[in-house]
Design a protein around this ligand. Sequence first.
Ligand code: GLN
Length: 499
Amino acid sequence: MTAAMHPTDFTLAGALAALEEGAISAVELTRAHLDAIEALNPRLNAFITVTAEQAMAAARESDARRARGEARPLEGIPLAVKDLFCTAGVRTTAASRILGNFVPPYESTVTAQLLRDGAVFLGKANLDEFAMGSSNLTSAFGPVENPWSRRDDPETKLVPGGSSGGSAAAVAARMALGATGTDTGGSIRQPAAFCGVVGIKPTYGRCSRFGIVAFASSLDQAGPFARTVEDCAILLRSMSGHDPKDSTSANVPVPDFAAACKRSVKGLRIGVPKEYRLDGMPAEIEALWRQGLDWLRAEGAETVEISLPHTKYALPTYYIVAPAEASSNLARYDGVRYGLRVEEKGDDLRTMYERTRAAGFGAEVKRRIMIGTYVLSAGYYEAYYLKAQKVRALIARDFDQAWEKVDAIVTPATPSAAFAMGEKTDDPVTMYLNDVFTVTANLAGLPGLAVPAGLDAQGLPLGLQVIGRAFDEETVFAVGAAIERAADFKALPRVRAGA
Ligand code: GLN
């Protein structure tokens, strides 16, 4: 560690090396991140709950283990956990009033694995309520502010994206070395792009969903955020693996993802789907995309124009399937088993349910439950839900056919840079359109990574997305790391620790 370096400036890999050399202790590293949270969280609101005492105790334990020569793969690494992962004994809210006082008696598999590998949890990161949103504005615990701001208009507060907005903002502002997120339709990749950090949604089934508050079970996947591709690879290895407690978790080996970041992209065929060239897309996003493809060609990859013909149906399909599953998953919040219960004297059971759900859910969640209930109801099921399932299969088939010609696909991560709080918020459909590039990977179950690749004219980060074959995160990491090397993204957000 150089004298000028702030302990929150480390990459995760760099921090592991510094811990191993004894250049810093887990206690110092954790303290520095907790100080950063104390200084910045009142403004950014990236954390709903900060577990400072537990973090310091874990850090002390971590230093003791390392001293005994028993260091584990993530020994002493301070992380943020999206408040959608159940953490034993620590309040887990899903950013909803309905779970506002819920303290799970058990740990999610993903967080249990991170703890098993020595991670130190700093606290629970803010999100859109039940992970429904693209702005973090639907949280019952208030919005998260993006640590970046526009060059010409630094006073206007921007959204960090969503739903994992707190996780992305915490990593960008250096309040954590990495974070967990979940991605149902883009909730890791879109906030990563908006906050200038890296995030990957792995293949459906790569990480266990056990203990993650369910939104849309056939789409939900956990994944990491970090400031480098390699750091994401290190975290994903700990988070992955078969879990008998999740019947959709895949029993496949977990490769060394970090090693894959060093693979050459020479000879790889990179698909460029023509349907992702949207009318009205900002010219700088189009230019960045072209630039990314040039970088990969310069490294010896070949770029191939491909067609994913059902792309235009992806958003409507997603916004039928996701609410349908959500309406079913959220039926369990009835005031009896978990969290909030609102009741008045003399209420019968049904009135208690209604009062609890009316008070406990926010507007976006209610909208999704209503859409979902509608598309599943008798008479509409065939017209909407069943049709959407069929189109989903066609979207997956588009990708299957693409894999005959290419090894990975590169697209923009989002159709715009981070927008301002208040923009796009009066019309839910405008907000849904933000997910246009990300929902396809969820519908097809494929891995997708977002990597910062440049800045727009206002100095805001823009990301590229790499999509890969199912369970081929290694190629995704190799391509992501090649883009990262070429982009050499060094810009920093205005609001950050050590600034
Ligand atoms: N923005 C999308 C939605 O609102 C995706 C959310 C997510 O991936 N959890 O549903």
